[in-house]
Design a protein around this ligand. Structure first.
Ligand code: CA
Length: 237
């Protein structure tokens, strides 16, 4: 998390310096802007990883800066931590509605600010990791969620769309017992006249396609009386 770039937008020099100092102590790279116009220019130029944004700014207000950042594709996902005055309840609500990620009310402790910054960065990192995770790869199983290609031991496996969706739901919920109803709901959701036995039929086909021995499945396990479970640990064997 160190060396992440943080832009601090605040017109009061004392607060700006205080925030700057405390973030630098945590080895963040800190940039400063004392008004909204400069903030927008700095964001365009430096592409910070997070913006600490005071709402009360001369000229372009913090809310306008927030709106502006959210409206542009290239800055829409930069996390924003708002700084608000205690009295500014309405601003705070508007700010959050406008897409700020969190807020701190003045006066705040620098430690609290650093903790919030770290929490937001952790959260956004996890989100972006799951967004780019287009490929699932474990042991000999490889699934590409964007091209719908599946392979086992580097050999391509043909699946119908439903079988693919079933596999996707299983691998996204590893080591959990999933009932037939859950699988029906998630994979066939909304389709009426689908019998729970449909799930069994598709599981059988899926096993035939991906398991080494579909009569003794190791990945897609039956949980008697309930449903199925995807045993992720078995992939590594
Ligand atoms: Ca201010």
């Amino acid at each position: 998390m160190a060396s992440k770039k943080i832009l601090v937008v605040e017109d009061e020099p004392d607060i700006r310096k205080l925030v700057h100092y405390n973030l630098t102590q945590e080895r963040f790279k800190v940039l400063e802007a004392e008004d909204g116009e400069k903030a927008l220019k700095t964001v365009q130029r430096e592409k910070p990883d997070l913006v600490v944004l005071d709402l009360m700014l001369p000229g372009l207000s913090g809310l306008e800066v927030c709106r502006n950042l959210r409206e542009r594709e290239e800055t829409a996902r930069i996390p924003i931590l708002m700084l608000t005055a205690k009295a500014g309840e309405a601003d705070r609500v508007v700010g959050l509605e406008m897409g700020a990620d969190d807020y701190l009310t003045k006066p705040f402790s620098p430690r609290e600010l650093v903790a919030r910054v770290k929490a937001i960065l952790r959260r956004t990192e996890m989100q972006s990791a799951s967004l780019v995770a287009e490929v699932y790869e474990k042991g000999s199983l490889r699934i590409n969620f964007s091209t719908y290609e599946v392979s086992v031991k580097e050999k391509a496996v043909k699946l119908t769309l439903k079988e693919f969706e079933l596999l996707r739901f299983l691998v996204q919920n590893p080591n959990r017992v999933l009932s037939r109803d859950q699988l029906l709901d998630r994979v066939w959701g909304g389709e009426v006249f689908v019998d729970p036995r449909t799930v069994d039929v598709h599981i059988r086909r899926l096993r035939k396609a991906i398991e080494k021995n579909d009569r003794k499945p190791q990945w897609v396990l039956t949980v008697r009386g309930v449903g199925y479970k995807f045993d992720e640990k078995a992939l590594e064997k």
